[in-house]
Structures are given as C-alpha cells and as structure tokens.
Design a protein around this ligand. Structure first.
Ligand code: NAD
Ligand code: TYD
Length: 339
C-alpha cells in the first residue's frame, strides 16, 4: 500500500504522517510538500530516516512534477492536506489561496485519475459551512448544511470540495471528503491562535485577542483528526462527506485565559485588538455520521489536550523559536503592529 500525503510538512499533515508510519509499518508513505512558509522539514526530522518514507519537495500545482511522482510511486491512496490555511493571510492576499487550494486540488485529481488511484481523500474544513449565531447553541453543522463561506480561505476550500464531488460524479473518481473543526496540538504553526498565545505568553508579550474574544471554535486534538481520516480511508463510503469534531466549543477569550493560567502568566497580557474582517462567530460540528458509520469518537479531552500541547511547546522551543525568528517577524509586524 502506497499513500501519497500532500502538505505533510505542515501541522496536521505531519501528525498524520507520523501516525500512519507508526500504525502501518508496512505501508509506504510519500510526502509531497512545497515547503512554503508553513512547511518545515524539521517537522518531519524523525520520519526522514524511515525506510518506508519518502519526501518530495514539490508544488501540487506543478502538473509535470506531480505526474512524475505518481508515475514513480503508483499510489493506492492520495490524502490532500496541502493548502494555504490561514484566514488572516487570505484576507491580505487571496490569490495564492485560489491557486493552491483549488487548482492544486485539480492537478492532484487529474493525476489520481490517470494513475487509477483507489481513493482520493480531500482534507477540508468546517469553515465551508460559514458560521452559526452565538444565541442558537442548538444549531450544529451537519454534512447537509449548505455551503456558505465567509473568507477567501473558506471560499477556496469550498470550491475545492465542489470540484472533488464533480470529479466523482463526472469521472467516477473514488473520492471522500472530511470537514474538520479547529485542530490543536504539536507542530501547530505559531500564526494560529493557540500556539501564538503560548509563544507570546512565554515571552511576556501582549496576547492579541480579536474583537471581544467572544467567537467560538470547536477544538479537536490533532491526533483525533488523524484517526478519523484513517477510519475514512479504510471504511468510509466513496462519494461521501464526513464531518469531524469533538463537541468542544470554547470562546477565544477563555482559551487565552486558560493558557495564561497554565503558564502562570498574568491576564494583564491580554490586549483586545481590531477584529478580523468578516470574522465567523461560531463553528460547531455534529459528528453523528462518522460516529455512527465508522465508530469514531474523540479520545483526547480538551483539558488534557491543552496540557499536552503546552508541554510540547515548552519541550520543543527550538522548533518554534526558529520559525518566529525568521520571516515570521515581518508577518507579525504587518498584522499586529498598528492593530
Ligand atoms: P499548514 O498551513 O500547517 O500546512 C500546510 C502545508 O501545505 C505546509 O507544509 C505547506 O508547505 C504545504 N503547502 C502549501 N502550499 C503547497 C503547495 N502549493 N504544494 C505543496 N505543498 C503546499 O496547514 P494545516 O493546519 O496543517 O492544515 C492542513 C489541511 O487541513 C488544510 O487543507 C486545511 O484547510 C485543513 N484543515 C485545517 C484545520 C486546522 O485547524 N488547522 C482544520 C480543518 C481542516
Ligand atoms: P485561527 O487559529 O486563525 O483559526 P480560524 O480562524 O481558522 O478559526 O483563529 C482562531 C480564533 O482566534 C479566531 O476566532 C480568530 C481568533 N484569533 C485571535 O483572537 N487572535 C489572534 O492573534 C489569532 C491568530 C486568532
């Protein structure tokens, strides 16, 4: 069994590569990643020596290169994590989101058709459903909730999802799609809420909370997401969409307060800054389908997962300090300096 994992040098992709190498020592895992600002080979350092692992520094939009990797590897399964993933960056500069997230998906599916891939899995997001109001806690995203996007990021992911379903209907490509809620855990790039707050708090820097901090996200420990994708690859029904989420809704401000508490830092570090444009209020997944069909349940509760995550950032300072000392500084100044 050969699995191509795109975006495997990023946050969730690298956790997935590690999970699969450990669980299936007889599978061959081929990681394709362009190594954008969000991808780091150091993230995969413990995998690079494995005999059944190969890394290819390749852009998923590069048709010739992608076809040549497929020609060499003849993959059974493709799992596409590769994407531009940060909403704030998509507001600053949407174009690369459309290129990678939509056209890159097309290239991967064309190669999957050409080489008779048995399963093409698209890693999507709950953000394709838009947001829910704060005063309707009874509402959740199901797989039949209409697509209703807010940001260039979510619009690009939704476009890709539509294309994936079209390739299934038109060409019979054996696809599945998963739409997961916000992940957290090791190797999360420090531009995102949880690692940004941990890194800033550890340096006694201001903790920039957008708006009033009342927006709600449904947090899932990254390994639980990896387990869900594994179940979909091995038991999911072709042509289907699966929502993944652990019923763990938290307000941003409560997360930031919790991080302060865990690190013994004062809440006076919290600084309210100008809100994100088009900021989604609440995400909340109904995971009933994947639970009933595939027996998936989240295994790491938030109270434990956040402790594990903070411990990981304390134990792996080299990994993230290296990242925030480079180009990231310019990004940070641009996004936060006069906010
Ligand atoms: P990430 O930004 O940490 O990693 C993305 C990876 O993709 C990086 O390694 C990057 O180098 C690579 N990449 C980007 N453009 C590429 C290109 N053109 N060709 C090849 N590689 C390229 O993202 P993440 O948080 O790990 O998210 C992975 C996937 O999961 C994305 O598709 C995202 O939409 C989806 N998702 C993320 C979350 C979340 O909470 N982070 C939740 C649901 C779904
Ligand atoms: P983020 O981690 O960017 O994920 P997403 O936008 O995909 O949900 O942001 C999570 C929430 O945290 C979101 O409501 C925006 C908010 N946020 C802040 O308040 N401050 C920050 O510096 C960042 C990066 C995010």
């Amino acid at each position: 069994m050969t699995i191509i994992v795109t975006g495997g040098a990023g946050f969730i992709g690298s956790n997935f590569v590690r999970y699969m190498l450990k669980k299936y020592p007889l599978y061959r895992i081929v990681c394709i990643d362009k190594l954008t600002y969000a991808g780091n080979l150091s993230t995969l350092s413990d995998c690079l020596g494995s005999e059944n692992f190969r890394f290819c520094k390749t852009d998923i939009c590069d048709r010739a290169e992608i076809f040549s990797v497929f020609e060499e590897e003849k993959p059974d399964i493709v799992v596409n994590f590769a994407a531009e993933s940060h909403v704030d960056r998509s507001i600053e500069d949407p174009e690369v989101f459309l290129t990678t997230n939509i056209l890159g998906t097309q290239v991967l599916m064309d190669a999957s058709r050409e080489y008779g891939v048995k399963r093409y899995h698209q890693v999507s997001t709950d953000e394709v459903y838009g947001d829910l109001p704060l005063d309707r806690p009874d509402l959740f995203f199901t797989e039949s909730t209409p697509i209703h996007t807010s940001s260039p990021y979510s619009a690009s992911k939704a476009s890709a999802d539509l294309l994936v379903l079209a390739y299934h209907r038109t060409f019979g490509l054996p696809v599945t799609i998963s739409r997961c809620s916000n992940n957290y855990g090791p190797y999360h790039f420090p531009e995102k809420l949880i690692p940004l707050m941990i890194a800033n708090a550890l340096s006694d820097k201001p903790l920039p909370v957008y708006g009033e901090g009342l927006n709600v996200r449904d947090w899932l420990y990254v390994e639980d997401h990896c387990k869900a994708i594994d179940l979909i690859l091995h038991g999911g029904t072709v042509g289907e969409v699966y929502n993944i989420g652990g019923h763990n809704e938290m307000k941003n401000i409560d997360i930031v307060r919790l991080i302060c508490k865990e690190l013994g830092k004062p809440e006076s570090l919290i600084t309210y800054v100008t809100d994100r444009k088009g900021h989604d209020m609440r995400y909340a997944i109904d995971p009933a389908k994947i639970s009933a069909e595939l027996g998936w349940q989240p295994e790491t509760m938030f109270a434990d997962g956040i402790k594990l995550t903070i411990r990981w950032y304390l134990d792996n300072k080299d990994w993230w300090q290296d990242i925030i000392s480079g180009e990231y500084r310019n990004y940070y100044d641009k996004m936060y300096k006069n906010r």
